[in-house]
Design a binder for this molecule. Structure first.
Ligand SMILES: O=C(O)CCC(=O)C(=O)O
Length: 263
């Protein structure tokens, strides 16, 4: 068993901000002990990757100079008890329930290692990636736990505030990503995070991340929760079935620091 993360009373997340902007940050929601377990487990998984082990869910991504490199494990709760327990810890689930306004379940999770030189993720809303799961956009959202500090240099996420109420037009390059023209004139907010901070964001919040130009990995644990509007077993099985397509589309790396076409 791993330690229960502490939901600190003095650092509640700003639910009003989540509703208004489509994302909010809960500072140090995961305490040092629980964070240490996640970091150690991430190290263990990475040493398996480096050793060439065959890990279900391991996915590859463009590197700025070296072709394709291992980037993430999706889902990770099927290969790691530590991550599986964390995603289901009451403290995190309670926070997720506050966002959802009711019961939630873990739809999917993933760890992204983003080692130095690994490219980022182009501008997108998550929802098109989950179309076909029988969920509405308001019924699904992600909790992003920083295992390392995240900043502009190492490829932190940047989110567009107040743009989570509609599905935006698709990009010409990638049918699941967003056309940057749809956000022309709006500014993205870089979400700088300390280890243990948790970013909650709506399935329609447009976001992107740059490459890791720093010397250390930028590891992050994304947990996607959904409301019980759908049957959890069925929804997880459907996600599994569509994963090959999602991974294929999501493999293309993003190297910019802001999406083309924005202000
Ligand atoms: O962790 C990142 O750099 C971005 C990941 C992301 O945008 C996603 O998985 O939807």
């Amino acid at each position: 068993m791993i330690a229960e993360p502490v939901l600190m009373a003095q650092t509640p997340f700003d639910i009003a901000r989540y509703r208004k902007d489509g994302f909010c940050l809960a500072r140090r929601l995961v305490d040092a002990e629980a964070l240490g377990h996640l970091q150690n487990e991430a190290d263990r998984l990475w040493s398996l990757v480096e050793g060439g082990a065959s890990i279900p869910g391991l996915q590859w991504r463009d590197h700025v100079t070296e072709g394709r490199v291992p980037d993430r494990i999706d889902p990770v709760d099927e290969v790691s008890a530590v991550f599986a327990q964390t995603a289901r810890l009451p403290a995190l689930r309670e926070a997720a329930q506050t966002i959802a306004g009711g019961e939630v379940f873990v739809l999917k999770d993933k760890i992204i290692f983003k080692h130095p030189g690994t490219t980022g993720y182009g501008l997108h809303q998550d929802f098109p990636y989950w179309d076909g799961l029988g969920l509405k956009a308001d019924e699904v959202f992600t909790a992003t736990i920083a295992l390392d500090p995240m900043n502009a240099e190492n490829g932190a996420l940047a989110c567009y505030p107040g743009c989570h109420r509609e599905l935006l037009p698709a990009s010409n390059d990638n049918p699941l990503d967003t056309d940057p023209e749809a956000l022309r004139g709006r500014d993205a907010e870089l979400v700088a995070m300390a280890s243990g901070d948790v970013l909650f964001f709506h399935a329609l919040t447009p976001h992107f991340s740059g490459p890791n130009r720093a010397q250390m990995p930028r590891r992050v644990y994304h947990i996607t929760y959904a409301t019980l509007a759908v049957d959890p077993v069925e929804a997880r099985a459907r996600y599994r079935a569509m994963q090959p397509v999602v991974h294929q589309v999501h493999a293309k790396g993003y190297t910019g620091s802001r999406p083309i076409g924005t202000a």
